[in-house]
Design a protein around this ligand. Structure first.
Ligand SMILES: Nc1nc2c(ncn2[C@@H]2O[C@H](COP(=O)(O)OP(=O)(O)OP(=O)(O)O)[C@@H](O)[C@H]2O)c(=O)[nH]1
Ligand SMILES: [Mg+2]
Ligand SMILES: [Zn+2]
Length: 354
């Protein structure tokens, strides 16, 4: 088990895996998924890497439950008589980050991570609304967010950006402004990367996620991309998620830049992420205050206007997503009726005026 500890093994993993075993069967070897391909997965046993195939039955039962094998998964792997490794079990993840893709389908990005490093470049990539979106995806999953402002060497006024962040975000979120290429950055972030810890680096393309991964690893494992001169944005150099073992005993997962991020969360999760809004709402004059200009609104008085706007936008998105197709049709026909009624009123008004 010693060789599994650096890749995140804990007694809780052992217990969860034991439950998966059928009595009488030889238990498989515990391995962690480091890269997912179309038909195979790359796994590590803590020392060696293998390419393994999932059993068709496992794939079927996962897809019926709306799951898929994901980087970070704990797997049970067994070799057949030809020495071919097969994945026959997957531990239900302790934590996972899920988003909705452009078609609205759920996509699990990574599993079993402890912290998420949210990378944002100080070269024009800084965007608080986007950061709040990441936080809404990560915090409800029970994962600690750490904001990493990259490219501090390219920025003259780092303190101004730090102030802007602190003014806007809850104060329990750790923030580091770093040059991701500098070796000292690995030292600064070392407290998050102890033995058995897993972190995932998330952020826009070109933010420096792979550069940071390499610095933490102390070697150039991941390709990094040049930034386009015209708009400072990257070109999606990284195209798939991959887990790497760090020299000090933790793991880091590098990811491709995400476009159009939609967290897969419910209203309660959102409220918990924006808990400053929830707390202030208790002090609004009206119990059903919508914080949209009502008198005596404590939220408007106490929260940055743009943070409130972003919260309300996310809330609308979540509500739209939770509608059933029937509710969606009803909402549409209600809008049509309202629209027609408004038109009617306009016509009558014009008739009276003219
Ligand atoms: N000056 C400076 N350049 C950096 C820093 N971090 C990253 N870069 C540069 O920014 C460019 C993009 O970095 P990557 O690490 O490839 O960005 P990424 O987030 O992995 O991008 P994708 O893989 O496309 O999602 C590279 O040219 C890096 O050298 C930094 O802290 N300072
Ligand atoms: Mg990259
Ligand atoms: Zn209010």
């Amino acid at each position: 088990m010693d060789r599994l500890r650096p890749i995140g093994f804990t007694p809780a993993v052992a217990q969860a895996m034991a439950v998966l075993c059928t009595p009488g069967e030889t238990p498989g070897a515990l391995m962690r998924l480091i890269e997912a391909h179309r038909e195979t997965v790359r796994v590590t046993d803590g020392v060696d890497e293998h390419s393994a195939r999932p059993l068709p039955g496992l794939l079927r039962s996962l897809s019926e439950a709306g799951h898929a094998l994901t980087v970070g998964d704990w797997l049970s792997v067994r070799h057949d008589e030809h020495g071919t490794p097969w994945v026959h079990g997957r531990m239900p993840p302790f934590t996972q980050i899920v988003r909705r893709d452009s078609s609205g389908a759920r996509q699990s990005l990574v599993t079993n991570v402890d912290t998420a490093m949210l990378a944002m470049g100080l070269d024009g990539d800084f965007n608080l609304r986007r950061l709040e979106r990441y936080l809404a995806m990560v915090k409800p999953a029970g994962i600690w967010p750490i904001v990493i402002l990259t490219k501090r060497d390219l920025c003259d006024d780092v303190d101004a950006w730090l102030d802007a962040l602190r003014e806007r975000l809850p104060h329990d979120i750790a923030v580091h402004a770093v040059d991701t290429r500098a070796a000292v950055t690995a030292l600064e972030l070392a407290p998050y990367l102890g033995v058995g810890q897993t972190t995932v680096v998330l952020g826009s393309s070109g933010a420096g996620k792979s550069t940071l991964t390499n610095t933490l690893l102390g070697s150039q494992v991941q390709s990094t991309g040049a930034v386009r001169a015209d708009d400072d944005r990257g070109r999606h150099t990284t195209t798939s998620r991959s887990l790497h073992r760090l020299p000090a005993g933790g793991c880091v997962i590098d990811t491709p830049g995400l476009r159009g991020l939609r967290p897969d969360i419910d209203e309660g999760d959102l409220a918990a992420t924006f808990d400053d809004i929830r707390a202030l709402a208790e002090h609004c004059r009206f119990r059903d205050c919508r914080h949209q200009g009502e008198p005596g609104c404590a939220v408007r008085a106490g929260v940055a206007a743009d943070r409130l706007t972003n919260y309300q936008k996310l809330l609308r998105e979540i509500r739209r997503e939770t509608l059933t197709p029937l509710q969606r049709r009803e909402q549409l026909s209600m809008w049509k009726i309202r629209h027609r009624a408004a038109e009617q009123r306009m016509k009558m008004k014009r008739g009276k005026d003219g």
